[in-house]
Write a protein that binds this ligand. Structure first.
Ligand SMILES: C[S@@+](CC[C@H](N)C(=O)[O-])C[C@H]1O[C@@H](n2cnc3c(N)ncnc32)[C@H](O)[C@@H]1O
Length: 243
């Protein structure tokens, strides 16, 4: 079983890094355990329902199940149906290998509604917001299916500017990726989440110091990846919103 499993894992291109047991871990480009540590998730989801929007290989869905969720639904479309993102094969192999009961639904975030998917105690919205052309509208959809808590993780930009603001990425401005559109700053994230109905909003990720941001921007520029003035204002943040 393990050697056969290893072959099947090696045959796929993974986004998430998932420990499948049997001594086999997927070699995703995403350091998923590291990102999990930044989310400040409740230790237990016992008895709760969880929706994972943009689940891809399902690392965070399986984690919610591992923490006792009564029901977990993984939702995605783009990375499950090719066109440059990937496929659903990793999710399906991981689900079968883990003996998971995580359900799946093919849906665009803009089509989420209580009528289509129901409502959930907890909603994960991780690494998706900056891929959307209409982020505030998307957050309305997300809020419509959230009963209690949304865990939002995203690229942020305009860091250090006190007012709500967002950078727009026409073409391939962010990471040479044409699917990236908007980088709001943390004040904008808070304001948008409040606007769509989350009353208690707090940032759970640390804000990097100016010195750290400057050093990181310089190192990126030296590696020829980006413009220093842009990278200096970019980061990732995790925000919890409660109704
Ligand atoms: C950077 S990956 C993040 C995957 C995972 N949520 C995580 O945090 O590791 C972005 C995911 O968002 C999904 N996505 C992009 N646009 C979407 C949309 N309009 N509706 C739903 N999912 C979308 C992609 O298919 C992909 O799985």
């Amino acid at each position: 079983m393990p050697s056969d499993l290893q072959q099947r894992v090696d045959a796929l291109r993974w986004y998430h890094t998932i420990d499948l047991g049997h001594g086999v871990t997927t070699h995703g480009i995403d350091d998923s355990p590291l990102r999990l540590a930044r989310l400040d998730l409740p230790a237990s989801f016992t008895g709760q329902t969880v929706l994972d929007i943009g689940a891809w290989d399902g690392f965070f869905s399986f984690e919610a199940e591992r923490r006792g969720a009564a029901r977990v639904v993984a939702a995605d479309y783009y990375s499950w149906h090719g066109d440059g993102w990937g496929t659903k094969a990793g999710f399906e192999l991981a689900r079968a290998t883990l003996g998971s009961k995580v359900e799946d639904v093919d849906i665009d975030v803009m089509d989420l509604s209580p009528e289509r998917v129901g409502t959930f105690d907890v909603v994960f919205f991780l690494g998706v917001l900056y891929h959307l052309r209409h982020p505030l509208l998307a957050l309305e959809r997300v809020a419509s299916v959230t009963r209690t808590l949304v865990v939002l993780e995203t690229v942020v930009d305009m860091v250090g500017i006190g007012r709500p603001a967002a950078a727009f990425y026409p073409q391939r401005e962010l990471n040479n990726d044409p699917t990236n559109w908007w980088g709001p700053n943390v004040p904008a994230l808070h304001a948008m989440l409040r606007d769509v109905g989350f009353r208690d909003v707090r940032t759970v990720s640390p804000e990097p110091s100016r010195l750290f941001r400057a050093a990181r921007a310089l190192s990126h520029q030296l590696r020829g990846r980006t413009r220093l003035a842009h990278t200096y204002r970019q980061d990732r943040a995790v925000v919890h919103g409660r109704k």
